[in-house]
Design a protein around this ligand. Structure first.
Ligand SMILES: NC(=O)c1ccc[n+]([C@@H]2O[C@H](COP(=O)([O-])OP(=O)(O)OC[C@H]3O[C@@H](n4cnc5c(N)ncnc54)[C@H](OP(=O)(O)O)[C@@H]3O)[C@@H](O)[C@H]2O)c1
Length: 293
């Protein structure tokens, strides 16, 4: 445990895969934390951490109560339900009202108003909000999660979609958490990370075929990738009763890979953590299929 005195960090999303990893790392380093969640019963218990909530990003009053006492806010982005900019802005303003001086925001690789991957578009809006807010901030554009193809598999462990033979620089949750933790610990004013946008990727760009085959090797289970045309993908999901918004989001994830939009490999993981980015087959966590194909 570090001997250095740290100021208090509030971490949101701690009931999820990324926030829980960030919180665990900060606890290991002796950082006092406020762990913020919508369901306090599911917030982890960690040394040096207070559990705060229930607090939903859109609830300014609950967020002010939850964030009181923190100087840094690690804001894990919420789910895309159409009001993410407003939710994130409310959370940031609530933090600022009670003394938060710095925001570390988890965005998405390729964030842009015209991003192929539908879910990356409103991350760009939150990035713009932060840029204009005057608060010290760092943006982490998380690469495509290595875990996602495993979650997208159906009950037969088949991952199908219109990803073609495009490549993505899949990245593990653990590497992203390591990067964010390192930046959170670099808390002095004038940190080189203030105002930075860090694109956090894996060590190489691989096709979905390769990715799924590595998941099969890593898990010892027969995952496989079956490419589909966009038309086949739409028709299958529509038959399954999936909503139009979800079909669009899901197809656009594959299309971003097919187009090569998420294939750039950056040096952020080794530069910030001092360790090479983890090859995807060495990921320590594979979610079970969500059986939604
Ligand atoms: N880079 C990628 O490939 C990729 C893929 C998928 C998602 N993402 C984004 O990255 C984020 C973190 O990923 P993850 O794997 O940790 O996801 P996750 O396991 O689903 O966790 C999301 C966390 O955010 C919390 N949350 C969501 N909406 C919230 C809201 N409106 N107010 C308060 N808390 C809220 C959730 O709380 P509850 O437990 O109460 O729901 C949960 O703790 C996701 O939320 C999403 O925005 C990125």
């Amino acid at each position: 445990m570090s001997e250095q005195a740290h100021s208090t960090v509030a971490v949101t999303g701690v009931t999820g895969a990324l926030g829980s990893r960030i919180a665990a790392r900060l606890a290991e380093r002796g950082v006092p934390q406020l762990l913020v969640g919508r369901d306090p019963d599911r917030i982890p218990e960690l040394p040096g951490a207070q559990r705060r909530g229930p607090a939903e990003y859109a609830d300014a009053s609950a967020m002010r109560t939850a964030l009181a006492g923190a100087s840094t806010l690690v804001l894990v982005s919420g789910r895309p339900r159409g009001r993410r900019l407003e939710e994130h802005a409310t959370a940031v303003e609530a933090g600022r009202a009670v003394g938060v001086e710095r925001v570390l925001y988890v965005s998405l690789i390729g964030a842009a108003p015209t991003a192929t991957y539908r879910n990356a578009r409103d991350h760009w809006l939150t990035e713009r909000f932060l840029a204009g807010s005057g608060v010290r901030h760092t943006i982490f554009r998380a690469g495509i999660y290595a875990s996602t193809p495993a979650a997208l598999a159906d009950e037969d462990l088949v991952v199908s979609g219109p990803g073609g033979s495009g490549r993505a620089a899949f990245v593990t949750h653990d590497d992203i958490a390591d990067v964010i933790t390192a930046v959170a610990l670099d808390e002095g004013s004038g940190s080189e990370h203030d105002g930075a946008t860090l694109e956090v990727t894996g060590p190489e760009a691989i096709t979905l075929q390769e990715m799924v085959s590595r998941i099969a090797t890593a898990t010892g289970r027969p995952y496989r990738y079956v490419p589909e045309s966009v038309e086949e993908a739409f028709a299958r999901r529509w038959r399954q009763g999936v909503s139009g918004v979800q079909i669009e989001s899901w197809i656009s994830w594959y299309q971003a890979i097919a187009n090569g939009d998420v294939s750039a490999v950056t040096d952020v993981v080794p530069r910030i953590t001092g360790s090479p980015a983890t090859p995807v087959e060495r990921a320590r966590w594979w979610p079970e299929p969500r059986t939604t194909g």
